[in-house]
Design a protein around this ligand. Structure first.
Ligand code: NAD
Ligand code: LMR
Length: 338
């Protein structure tokens, strides 16, 4: 029957790719800004991910070279490069996950908000295309300032009638990656087993690591917690200064972006209990968007988890971050509606 034929065909195509299980569904991932400092190593890491069947690399230039290079790696996914406005639709069509590291990075002395004037427009344009070509994709927003670019995306999708708050994520995984690394160093525990939730937003004091919930528990003094918090909040600036004008974190960000996209794909594929911190539409505080632990599922956000018990220092940090985070959110909303 036709059904048997189709099954045989799909089985043989799976076997051709070297996969023994039929339970790995096809998933298309698009990276917008794929030829950039983050985009290139992120393209490499997504090419290594066995959950990806189709990898679309889009940028305004230079993607044919990046795509040709990455495509020679003998892993599952087929890689296609796209560049320029008129190829954006093709890059996005059928995407399950769209990762956006498009836009300019900081130089020493700049805040993430100083990137708003350029990156807000870039993100708005890309999101208009997403609404048209892949309205159901999960969006992983990396472009800064994340505290504003996520609200911009939400407004663009609302206008297009495609907004689904379960599918829009600001990527704050790098804050978690840093908090884990810095905590392991101070606590003298193996980093592989460390967990630290990071909540709030993704800029300076809006980044609130919850070291009181860090595991494994260790003897870390109050003073050390204060220093660890500050180092996590200033982690991006540490890299910007060390790169001295040559941009911001790219390699650690690509790692973090690949981790978060993998979590999204696992959620889509029905893997249970996939939990990551991410900046989403939220009722956890009185702010409309907030980063906290989120359980990921077949439709994106399955559940936005609460903050859990906070130390007095963290409670203070939470109140302190609210005005800046709210004003960055409002700035994004205003820009998108002007
Ligand atoms: P980069 O300049 O090296 O690369 C950016 C890429 O975006 C370039 O290749 C550029 O051509 C491309 N681009 C510009 N406009 C585009 C458009 N309209 N469509 C598609 N691509 C476009 O910068 P980078 O170091 O890769 O950083 C990218 C962004 O990620 C910056 O805004 C940076 O601040 C941000 N970032 C976020 C985090 C985070 O934790 N969320 C971490 C690091 C960097
Ligand atoms: C980071 O945290 O490294 C990024 O947001 C880039 C930056 O400007 O700090």
């Amino acid at each position: 029957s036709a059904r048997t034929l189709a099954t045989t065909a799909s089985r043989s195509s799976i076997l051709r790719r070297g996969y023994s299980s039929e339970s790995v569904p096809d998933r298309k991932v698009a990276i917008l800004g794929a030829a950039g400092g983050i985009g290139q190593p992120l393209s490499l890491l997504m090419k290594l991910n066995p959950l990806v069947s189709n990898l679309a690399l889009y940028d305004i230039a230079n993607t044919p070279g990046v795509a040709a290079d990455v495509s020679h790696i003998n892993t599952r996914s087929e890689v296609t490069g796209y560049f320029g406005d008129d190829q954006l639709g093709k890059a996005l069509e059928g995407a399950d996950v769209v990762i956006i590291p498009a836009g300019v990075p900081r130089k020493p002395g700049m805040t993430r908000d100083d990137l708003f004037n350029i990156n807000a427009g870039i993100v708005k344009g890309l999101c208009e295309a997403i609404a048209k070509y892949c309205p159901h994709a999960l969006i992983n927003m990396i472009s800064n300032p994340v505290n504003s670019t996520v609200p911009i995306a939400a407004e663009v999708f609302k206008k297009a009638g495609t907004y689904d708050e379960k599918r829009l994520f600001g990527v704050t995984t790098l804050d978690v990656v840093r908090a884990k690394t810095f905590y392991a160093g101070k606590a003298r525990v193996p980093v592989a087993g460390v967990n630290v939730p990071v909540v709030g937003g993704h800029a300076g004091v809006t980044i609130l690591p919850l070291f009181s919930q860090a595991t494994p528990k260790a003897n870390v003094s109050e003073e050390e917690i204060v220093a660890l918090t500050k180092r996590t909040q200033d982690g991006g600036t540490e890299v910007v200064e060390a790169k001295a004008g040559k941009g911001s974190a790219t390699l650690s960000m690509a790692y973090a972006g690949a981790l978060f996209a993998d979590a999204c794909l696992k959620g889509l594929n029905g893997v249970p209990d996939v939990v990551e911190c991410t900046f989403v539409q939220s009722n956890v505080t009185d702010l409309p968007f907030f980063a906290s632990k989120v359980r990921l599922g077949k439709n994106g956000v399955d559940e936005v988890l609460g903050l859990g018990p906070l130390s007095d220092f963290e409670k203070e940090g939470l109140e302190k971050l609210k005005p800046e985070l709210l004003s960055s959110i409002e700035k994004g909303i205003k820009f998108a509606n002007k």
